[in-house]
Design a protein around this ligand. Structure first.
Ligand code: C2E
Ligand code: CA
Ligand code: CA
Length: 856
């Protein structure tokens, strides 16, 4: 081989190598350029996907980007939904097939059965070539859909290995052709397109959903609002109706009621023209108690005629009528045009139905062309009309009732006045009558009836602590005046006596004339017998003055019996009886004196008769015996004497004390015999126990003082029984002394002279105690047990004051003092400390038979 050839062939080879290198470089530059463009395209795609663009704009942008990479005039994107097996051509640009597919249209696999798109999706691999060949490759027989293209290229879009669509470009002109590189580029882009599209679509779907949901919610909201409005309307309607119903009970006159009804109705429907009409009772007239009219018309009443109201009332039903209807009524003669008057566009009236039929109507009307009432309005007004009618009826009933009440009240008032006048007249007559009935015509004093009444009241007042005294008075020897000097003088004497008695008392005490010459004085609030005695003394003093009648001086005196109130009294008669008994005794004692009824009498007064018989028997049977109770010196308890106390050895009832029978014995006078019996026994027994320096005390009943020879009888008995007079002490009570002080003075004087000691028993319980004591020749005071009892019991203040007073009085009068009823050492010590020398009581010895005591 020649060098030149060698050189030439070497040169040719080098050139070839260079050319290849250049080609390689160019290819790599192209590649570089291609990948640069590709990269830019991808950036652009990513940018667009992130932008605000809507899907179509995005796809349009994508189309533009792909067109920069290859020929892509005809380009579409189909998205496949594997679950639903449907296809949507979300982007479709084709010069031949125009807008074959709408982006929102969804195609089923069946509809696309014969298309390259579906076949390609199912095939799953990119395809390139003439569309017919591709179709054939993909096993599509017959006619494929769409215009056949010269060059076709389709790449499926995948996501996680699943095919979710296809991207195609095609050309209808020859010479364009798609290379493998184009295919790679498109496949590469496809993935990103799917991303971007899906993102956008998702976003858009979300937006759609949000918009849909918003729309849905708005609809729901609107519906709810409508419901709320409906409810509100219903609630308002209901409250309004309730309000109307409640108006019936509200206070205020009818005008206020109608106004409120009008206001309430106005809230339900147009009530610019509103009235209430009532048929008069005689059904001759219509009254309009409430009438409001925007035209200013006024109506109060009119005769029954042919108006709309009358028409509706006749029908008794709700009437809703417009102008035409009313004209028809006028034409039919049902309504008279003149009476009807105003021409309303619409007239709505509902009847007010009462128990007696239609009472009237409630009416609304409209004069405005565009204001008509509906049947709903008619229903409402009908409802309201029931309420109004109810209320009206109730109000009418109330009013009727009120009127009735007022009438009744007036009648009661009139009648009361009449009665009061009658009562006044009757009362006056009664008072007169009462005065006549209750008073004695001669003296003008209250009579027996009146006195009994007052006494009755005084008896009842005892429960609240009231105590009274009843004085029974009798004019001494009145018969002499009456018979000797004539009735006129007798009457004059009685009048004078009455007047003088009246002078001696003050209200509320009253003087009454019981009968003839008998009078009574009721001293109310008179707890102390002494007060009653003082009044008695006052009266007797007042009577001491001569009575001048017809120039003649008459000497008048009265005897008085006194009964003090006590719990034992049950009836007026008991009081009168006791006072009478005392009066009797006063008279028996020699007139012109007063006697206080002894309470002890009362206690057994009931079975006095029974007892009397028993006592007589007991006396004969020797059942009355003396017990002896020692009287001691307080200083050394030495016995200074004994008090004889009577006991009844009752064969059935056992040993009885004086309380059981003495009152009866006193009342019957049997006491004298019993006493004498007892005195004798006591004296006989005393011989054995009463020493020469000791004393026997016996109790003297007041009865003995009536007999003038009592002292002599006693002295005789002493000598018979062998008791010295200085050994005997008689115990008398203040009552005994004061019932007839003169007689008592004489008797006691005799006994005193004979050397018999006299003790005042139960001292302190009497009435005039201290003032009378000095009148009698007393030797001893026996302080009553009631003053000794409280001593040493913490309540002794008053008692000890009295005991002290008695002790000092006794000292000044040189009297002995014996304290009765000493039961405790405290009492004994207290008495000792007060200077009391002698005492008697259970502490030293109880009453007991003579044999109990030491012999003298
Ligand atoms: P009087 O003359 O005040 O007699 C004292 C009464 O006090 C007696 O009641 C006597 O038993 C009671 N007595 C003595 N010490 C105490 C004492 O420490 N505590 C208490 N609680 N009582 C004591 P008696 O024997 O029931 O006699 C009641 C009254 O009957 C006598 O009160 C007297 O007024 C009258 N009486 C008694 N015997 C006769 C009598 O032969 N003839 C008459 N006419 N009256 C008599
Ligand atoms: Ca006594
Ligand atoms: Ca006594």
């Amino acid at each position: 081989m020649s060098r030149l050839r060698r050189i030439t062939s070497r040169g040719k080879r080098r050139k070839l190598i260079e050319t290849r290198a250049i080609q390689r470089l160019r290819a790599s530059v192209r590649r570089l350029k291609g990948s640069e463009r590709l990269q830019q395209a991808l950036f652009a795609i990513a940018n667009m996907a992130a932008s605000e663009l809507d899907v179509q704009s995005l796809l349009k942008g994508l189309h533009g980007i792909i067109a920069q990479l290859m020929y892509a005039e005809n380009f579409y994107i189909a998205l496949y939904d594997p679950q639903r097996q449907t296809v949507r051509f979300i982007y479709f640009a084709d010069v031949m097939d125009g807008e074959l597919y709408k982006p929102d249209q969804e195609f089923t696999a069946e509809q696309l059965n014969n298309t390259i798109t579906l076949a390609l999706i199912r095939h799953g691999q990119p395809k390139r070539g003439a569309s017919r060949e591709v179709a054939r490759d993909l096993g599509l027989g017959g006619q494929a859909v769409g215009t056949p293209s010269v060059d076709f290229m389709g790449v499926p879009m995948r996501h996680d290995g699943q095919i979710l669509g296809v991207l195609t470009v095609q050309s209808y002109e020859t010479g364009r052709g798609y290379s493998q590189t184009d295919q790679n580029v498109l496949a590469f882009v496809a993935e990103h397109v799917l991303n971007a599209v899906e993102r956008k679509l998702g976003q858009e779907a979300l937006e759609h959903r949000v918009a849909d949901r918003t729309r849905e919610l708005a609809t729901v909201n609107a519906r709810l609002q409508e419901q709320v409005r409906e409810r509100e309307r219903a609630a308002h309607l209901q409250t309004t109706l309730y309000r109307i119903a409640a108006l019936g009970h509200s206070p205020g006159g009818s005008k206020t009621f109608y106004r409120s009804i009008h206001q309430a109705v106005g809230e339900l429907l147009n009530a610019d023209n509103f009235y209430i009409v009532l048929v008069s009772e005689d059904r001759q007239r219509l009254d309009f108690p409430y009438y409001v009219d925007e035209a200013g018309a006024k109506l109060e009443t009119r005769p029954w005629g042919l108006g709309m109201s009358e028409y509706a009332i006749r029908g008794g039903q709700t009437v809703l009528m417009n102008k035409a209807g009313i004209s028809r009524l006028i034409a039919q003669g049902e309504v008279d045009a003149v009476t009807y008057g105003q021409e309303s566009v619409c007239w709505l009236g509902a009847p007010l139905l009462g128990s007696q039929g239609v009472m009237g109507m409630v009416v609304v009307q409209s004069y405005r062309e565009n204001l008509y009432y509906t049947s709903q309005d008619a229903d409402l007004l009908t409802f309201v009309s029931y309420q109004i009618a109810n209320t009206l009826q109730r109000r009418q009933q109330d009013e009727a009732l009120q009127v009735l009440n007022a009438q009744l009240e007036q009648r009661v008032l009139d009648r009361t006045l009449e009665l009061r006048q009658q009562i006044t007249v009757r009362e006056q007559a009664q008072q007169q009558l009462r005065h006549q009935v209750m008073h004695d015509p001669l003296t003008g004093l209250p009579n027996r009836l009146y006195l009994r009444e007052r006494l009755e009241r005084a008896l009842n007042a005892r429960q609240s602590g009231g105590c009274f005294a009843l004085l029974y008075l009798d004019v001494d020897r009145f018969k002499l005046f009456n018979d000797g000097l004539g009735h006129l003088v007798g009457d004059a004497v009685l009048r004078e006596v009455a007047a003088r008695m009246a002078e001696c008392v003050r209200p509320p005490d009253i003087v009454g004339r019981l009968s003839g010459d008998e009078f009574a004085i009721l001293l109310e609030n008179c707890p102390q017998p002494s007060t009653a005695c003082q009044v008695a003394q006052r009266i007797q003093a007042r009577m001491a003055q001569a009575v001048l009648i017809d120039g003649r001086a008459l000497h008048v005196s009265v005897s008085i019996g006194i009964a003090m109130s006590h719990e034992g009294y049950q009836a007026v008669d008991q009081v009168l009886h006791d006072a009478d008994t005392a009066l009797y005794r006063a008279k028996a004692a020699g007139r012109q004196r007063y006697v206080l009824f002894d309470e002890k009498l009362h206690a057994s007064a009931v079975n006095v008769l029974d007892l009397e018989q028993q006592m007589r028997t007991a006396l004969e049977a020797g059942q009355f015996v003396p017990f002896f109770q020692p009287i001691v010196r307080l200083a050394d308890a030495g016995i200074t004497g004994y008090e004889a106390l009577i006991r009844w050895q009752h064969p059935e009832r056992g040993l009885l004390g004086p309380a059981d029978f003495l009152p009866a014995a006193e009342a019957t006078g049997l006491i004298e015999a019993i006493d004498w019996h007892l005195y004798r026994l006591a004296c006989q027994a005393a011989r054995g126990i009463v020493g020469d320096q000791q004393v026997l005390n016996i109790n003297i009943s007041p009865h003995h003082f009536h007999s003038r020879n009592f002292p002599q009888r006693l002295l005789d008995m002493l000598s018979q029984t062998g008791i010295a007079t200085h050994q005997l002490c008689i115990e008398v009570t203040e009552g005994t002394l004061l019932s007839d002080p003169d007689a008592a003075g004489r008797i006691l004087g005799d006994l005193h002279e004979a050397g018999i000691r006299i003790a005042l028993d139960d001292f302190g319980t009497g009435y005039s105690s201290l003032s009378h004591v000095h009148r009698f020749p007393l030797k001893t005071l026996k302080i009553d047990r009631s003053f000794i009892d409280p001593l040493g019991r913490g309540q002794q203040q008053r008692s000890s004051a009295i005991v002290s007073a008695v002790l000092s009085l006794a000292k000044s009068l040189d009297l002995d003092v014996v304290a009765e009823g000493v039961e405790t050492t405290v009492q004994r010590d207290t008495l000792l400390a007060m200077g009391c020398k002698q005492a008697q009581g259970f502490l030293f010895g109880r009453p007991a038979p003579a044999g109990t005591w030491p012999p003298s």
